[in-house]
Design a protein around this ligand. Structure first.
Ligand SMILES: Nc1ncnc2c1ncn2[C@@H]1O[C@H](COP(=O)(O)OP(=O)(O)O)[C@@H](O)[C@H]1O
Ligand SMILES: [Mg+2]
Length: 370
């Protein structure tokens, strides 16, 4: 047995100490928590790629900060911000018995809880992208809880992209300026240190060595993601255990990376809009028997797919833009090739790290689910 405690290998585990996020934590304290001690509410936006420690940092703060009521919420569990804020009120111990409270009523009740118990409130809204995009009224109410309703409520919105990109100038004006905190990707050295700490508490001593952890951090480095690193450690440890191995070998790590690849793809697919999935599906279809395809095929195929799923894919430029985004996320790879005989160059796209058939199946499954 090489695993002595599986819990720290689970993605929901929040470490005792959060290294390499000191700067983010310090900024959150300086910009939001210190002023709040003096009764000054403010709002913050935190953003960064998957696995950069956003959720852990929020849960860490919610666990450590005793001077406030810190309510951590995952927006994916709620259909609206009003439902989320109402649930937060319940979590503060105020059960209302009705789901029909309006924002003013909810915030009035929050103010009361806060006054009675002498602590101000911070609501953390994790994975907030969709609510920011689609629940404008909720965002407006939540971010102005203090100004409009006099409730001592500060809010921290967390998402993968800088949410201010979805906000119009008018939004920004009405919501006021607020600060953002960026969660940058981890370096290979940082991933190595994170793995070392996790290995120490999860694995039996002497069943692995630094070179294995170095190898894992190298595989995880292109993602800069602690989630990918820890998941690789977990999977390779189970692979090793399954073959009754006594020590973690490179071969176990290789097996783990081939297992994690589809997972990485899936988490990337989860971020895509239907139109983007449609273009990706078209790329897959154009690549049936080819290593790479010309954009003209993708454009043609996109029209067919769009019609099939009742989507709007109008101008060709939209397909170009989507391809560019798929390249940025690393799902498709673009290359420019000469056409020969001075006919200029053509842009080709391909897909490298997943079998096209598998990806096509996955995308269609996502459409079925939507
Ligand atoms: N600085 C860190 N130190 C130790 N573990 C970390 C750190 N940052 C992230 N992790 C671990 O990586 C995994 C993913 O982190 P998470 O906070 O969920 O990322 P995000 O919310 O940005 O996607 C979790 O298991 C978490 O415990
Ligand atoms: Mg998260």
């Amino acid at each position: 047995m090489i695993i002595k405690n599986p819990d720290p290998l689970d993605f929901s585990y929040v470490p005792q100490k959060l290294r390499f996020r000191e700067k983010q934590i310090e900024n959150i304290q300086r910009i939001m928590l210190e002023p709040l001690k003096a009764g000054i509410s403010s709002n913050l936006l935190a953003f960064g790629d998957s696995g950069t420690g956003k959720t852990s940092t929020m849960r860490y703060l919610a666990r450590e900060e005793k001077k406030f009521f810190m309510v951590y919420q995952n927006a994916l569990s709620f259909s609206s911000l009003r439902a989320l804020v109402l649930d937060s009120l319940a979590r503060l111990g105020r059960v209302t018995g009705t789901k029909n409270l309006s924002f003013p009523e909810i915030f009035r009740a929050m103010k009361k809880v806060s006054d009675e118990r002498g602590r101000n409130i911070v609501i953390i809204v994790d994975e907030a992208t969709n609510l920011i995009k689609f629940d404008r009224d909720g965002i407006y109410n939540l971010l102005r809880a203090n100004e409009v309703y006099g409730a001592p409520v500060s809010c921290m919105l967390v998402s993968m992209e800088d949410p201010s990109i979805y906000m119009t100038e008018r939004d920004k004006k009405s919501l006021g300026v607020f600060s953002t905190i960026h969660f940058n990707r981890y370096s290979q050295d940082e991933l190595f240190e994170i793995l070392r700490e996790r290995g120490r508490i999860a694995l039996e001593q002497g069943t692995y060595d630094d070179s294995s952890l170095e190898y894992i951090s190298e595989v995880a480095k292109p993602f800069g993601s602690a989630r990918v690193a820890i998941e690789l450690l977990q999977k390779s440890a189970y692979v090793c255990q399954y073959r009754n191995g006594e020590r973690l070998e490179s071969e176990d790590i290789r097996a783990a990376s081939s297992m994690i690849n589809p997972y990485v793809t899936e988490s990337k697919l989860g971020e895509l809009e239907p139109e983007e999935l449609a273009v990706l599906l078209s790329v897959c279809r154009c690549l049936k028997d080819e290593a790479s395809t010309e954009l003209s095929c993708v454009i043609r195929e996109s029209k067919v797919v769009a019609e099939q799923y009742s989507l709007e894919i109008g101008a060709d430029s939209m397909v170009y833009r989507i391809i560019k985004r798929l390249e940025d996320i690393g799902i498709v790879e673009g290359r420019v090739v000469g056409r020969g005989d001075r006919k200029g160059v053509a842009k080709m796209v391909g897909i490298n790290d997943v079998p096209v058939g598998v990806l096509e199946e996955k995308v269609m499954e996502m459409f079925r689910r939507k």
